[in-house]
Ligand binder design. Structure first.
Ligand SMILES: Cc1ncc(COP(=O)(O)O)c(C=O)c1O
Length: 338
């Protein structure tokens, strides 16, 4: 039995999701005529109380489209120093938007309003124009950490005072809302744009939805075409996302419980150092003593348990709908026996 804890991107569609894909009504989405894409976009916009939405193939594309629309070349984007938009999107902010980044050291991926204030450039010809703040919730490199709602509101206030746009990389936003209890509408009221992934904990093969005002999405749709992301019968993929909205949100709590159980088992072992607090479906932990990250991962792989060394001393486990309770029990037994 293969147990894949490397990433929640390894999920495969269930037979029910495949049936929804098979039954999807489709059309040419570049002409705006794909009913399944239109349904997904309007459901997401109304769920978040935002004016409009755009279906994109990946989270990277929806983030980069948002950054492109919010900035002009020569601008500066404020984000945390381990933000996905900055370290894992191939230098996309420079490549697509011609903007530079002011990367702030955060607390497990999260920055504060005070840090943002201090990072805003003055109106000075020598300085790049600060135009956008990007937050990530949950934070991937922060080990699935969630923002406190008050901290988000404080950052929003700073953005309003200084006329900065505020974008949310919500690749795992449904995980964050499951853990903290905020609603999609609360997020929709605060952020100028939000990207949400369906190809991670939501269990779909493809897809991310970008949301914002009508005017923002009008421009985003144009940028998506320029980036080569105008898809035709994309409704087959959108139908999977609609299925996930109906069936895969409530179960996320199970993934979070599984992550906590894994962390609990790890915490008892002498070869495990610091474990980042587990808030959602990611467990990032330090390996020491008898193992390095790579020897522990090799040992687990020998038993068909797959995980991701993310540095010479750190491993990441990710729980998701492809890992059930029996599999978690098996991994825990294996950890106990090491
Ligand atoms: C926080 C975060 N943002 C964006 C992305 C990008 O998503 P995609 O792989 O669909 O491009 C990821 C992917 O892991 C992510 O973890």
């Amino acid at each position: 039995m293969k147990i894949d804890l490397r990433s929640d991107t390894f999920t495969k569609p269930s037979p029910e999701m495949l049936e929804a894909i098979y039954q999807a009504e489709v059309g040419d989405d570049v002409f705006g005529e794909d009913p399944s894409v239109n349904e997904l976009e309007s459901r997401m916009a109304s769920l978040f109380g935002m004016e409009a939405a755009l279906f994109c193939p990946t989270g990277t594309m929806s983030n980069q489209i948002a950054i492109k629309v919010h900035t002009r070349p020569g601008d500066e984007v404020i984000c945390e120093q381990q933000a996905h938009v900055y370290i894992y999107e191939g230098g996309g902010i420079a490549f697509h938007s011609g903007s530079q980044v002011k990367a702030l050291p955060g607390n497990r991926g999260r920055i504060t309003a005070d840090q943002v204030v201090a990072a805003i450039n003055p109106d000075d010809v020598h300085k790049a124009r600060t135009s956008l703040v990007c937050l990530e919730n949950t934070s991937n490199r922060g080990g699935g950490s969630c923002y406190n709602w008050e901290d988000i509101l404080a950052i929003k206030q700073v953005c309003q005072i200084h006329k900065l746009s505020l974008h949310l990389d919500g690749a795992r936003l449904f995980n964050a809302m499951t853990a903290t209890g905020q609603t999609p509408k609360q997020y929709g009221e605060v952020f100028d744009s939000i990207s949400v992934c369906f190809n991670k904990g939501m269990g779909c093969p493809i897809g991310s939805v970008l949301m914002g005002s009508k005017e923002f999405i009008r421009q985003a749709r144009r940028v998506r075409k320029v980036f080569g992301g105008g898809m035709r019968q994309a409704g087959y993929m959108a139908a999977a996302c609609v299925y996930a909205l109906d069936h895969h949100i409530e179960r996320l709590k199970e993934d979070h419980d599984h992550a906590k159980q894994l962390a609990e088992a790890l915490s008892k072992k002498d070869f495990i150092g610091n474990i980042l607090p587990v808030e959602t479906n990611l467990v990032i932990f330090e390996v020491k003593g008898r193992f390095t990250a790579s020897t522990l991962s090799d040992t687990l792989r020998h038993y068909d348990v797959h995980c991701l060394p993310i540095s010479p001393t750190q491993i990441r486990f990710v729980t998701h709908l492809g890992v059930n309770s029996d599999m978690i029990k098996r991994v825990i037994r294996l950890i106990n026996d090491l």
